[in-house]
Design a protein around this ligand. Structure first.
Ligand SMILES: Cc1cc2nc3c(=O)[nH]c(=O)nc-3n(C[C@H](O)[C@H](O)[C@H](O)COP(=O)(O)OP(=O)(O)OC[C@H]3O[C@@H](n4cnc5c(N)ncnc54)[C@H](O)[C@@H]3O)c2cc1C
Length: 326
């Protein structure tokens, strides 16, 4: 089994152990959250040796060339000498909470202001720190359009960070964050259309991505399918309908999975947003596809989108995987 070298000491990896688990087992504190390669909180740098390619997925090309890798999904065949990213490589921003309001019973909108320049693409995510805990939240705002950064936070029963944000964090408070991260943003291409499918607060990045595409002059069909169980779990229905009014290439399907057919409100669809999406657009060849929210929905839809013609490079997915227990 290969070894992980950290600060001059060698640690043997056990069986299929990741670099992250090997270091944690040896009581080396490495920041981490989702432990599935999504949140990038455990990004480290290889000083000697080559990280396996899968451990560099979704990192920027510049980061890859510097040997950055995600420790939680790194299982190297060869010995790897590694370092934690220092503050210069992992800049922490202070964001002031300037507005907070609930979009429905379970989803909080936070608007944040950064005291320094913060460049991002609509749809990317940031990592918020609560002490040692780190959680990812996607950006719903569009740079140059929205003055503030916007987050949609769903309250998770028993969830440490979402409940802290929903109950304790007030306007005027400062949040420590890193980012932006992720590849789930609009890429200018000559494709035939753009499909955006999300559940719950998975609408956050989609709201940014769709408005970003429109702002950049995207004039081919855009289909937005947002799913929730009941009408009261949806949000931004009026805002999305307004987008449809002002842009003839946009269609919007609010989808409800837990209502009786007779109780379905007018203009809403019965079923899961991914099923409604495929019914609307059975072939996705040359389409850009954006999938966010419930991990099971995202991963199943990603597979199906590929099977109906979308190329993998045009499928952008952010499964909102939960943090692994610390
Ligand atoms: C790339 C990325 C982007 C994300 N973007 C967003 C976003 O824009 N908005 C948003 O609201 N969330 C988003 N998330 C999820 C978010 O990071 C947290 O996982 C979520 O807020 C729960 O954190 P917590 O500390 O409250 O719960 P925890 O304390 O981590 O979990 C408490 C308990 O709740 C359960 N649990 C955790 N998450 C969920 C869940 N989603 N559904 C059901 N049960 C759960 C766990 O089993 C655990 O037992 C994103 C995640 C990723 C990886």
């Amino acid at each position: 089994m290969s070894k992980v070298v950290y600060q001059g000491r060698s640690y043997e990896r056990l069986d299929d152990e990741s670099v992250l688990r090997c270091l944690l087992r040896n009581e080396i504190r490495v920041p981490y959250s989702c432990e599935s390669g999504a949140c990038q909180a455990c990004t480290m740098q290889a000083i000697k040796g080559t990280p396996p390619p899968g451990s560099q997925d979704d990192l920027k090309e510049t980061q890859k060339s510097l040997g950055y890798f995600k420790a939680c999904v790194c299982r190297p065949d060869e010995d790897l000498e590694v370092a934690l990213l220092d503050d210069a490589h992992n800049h922490k921003y202070q964001m002031e909470v300037v507005e907070r309001s609930f979009l429905n019973d379970e989803i909080l909108r936070l608007r944040l202001k950064c005291s320094e320049s913060f460049e991002y693409r609509a749809g990317q995510f940031i990592n918020i720190f609560k002490g040692d805990l780190i959680r990812s939240y996607s950006l719903a705002s569009v740079p140059d359009v929205d003055e503030m950064l916007e987050l949609h936070i769903k309250r998770v029963p028993g969830g440490v960070v979402s409940n802290w944000l929903c109950d304790d964090v007030q306007t005027g408070d400062r949040l420590t964050i890193t980012g932006p991260m992720g590849e789930c943003f609009y890429h200018e291409t000559n494709g035939d259309g753009l499909l955006a499918v999300g559940t719950g607060s998975g609408l956050a990045p989609l709201w940014g991505i769709v408005r970003d595409a429109l702002g950049r002059g995207y004039d081919r069909p855009i289909i937005v399918c947002h799913g929730a169980m009941k009408p009261e779990n949806l949000y931004y229905v009026d805002e999305l309908r307004q987008l449809v009014e002002t842009h003839e290439n946009v269609s919007y399907f609010p989808c409800l999975s837990d209502v009786a057919e007779g109780d379905l409100p007018a203009g809403m669809s019965l079923g899961f947003p991914n099923d409604i999406a495929f019914a609307q657009q059975p072939s996705l060849a040359k389409w850009q596809v954006f999938l966010c929210g419930n991990p099971e929905m995202v991963n199943n839809t990603k597979r199906k989108a590929f099977l109906v013609g979308a190329s993998l490079k045009n499928i952008h997915a952010d499964p909102f995987v939960m943090a692994s227990p610390s």
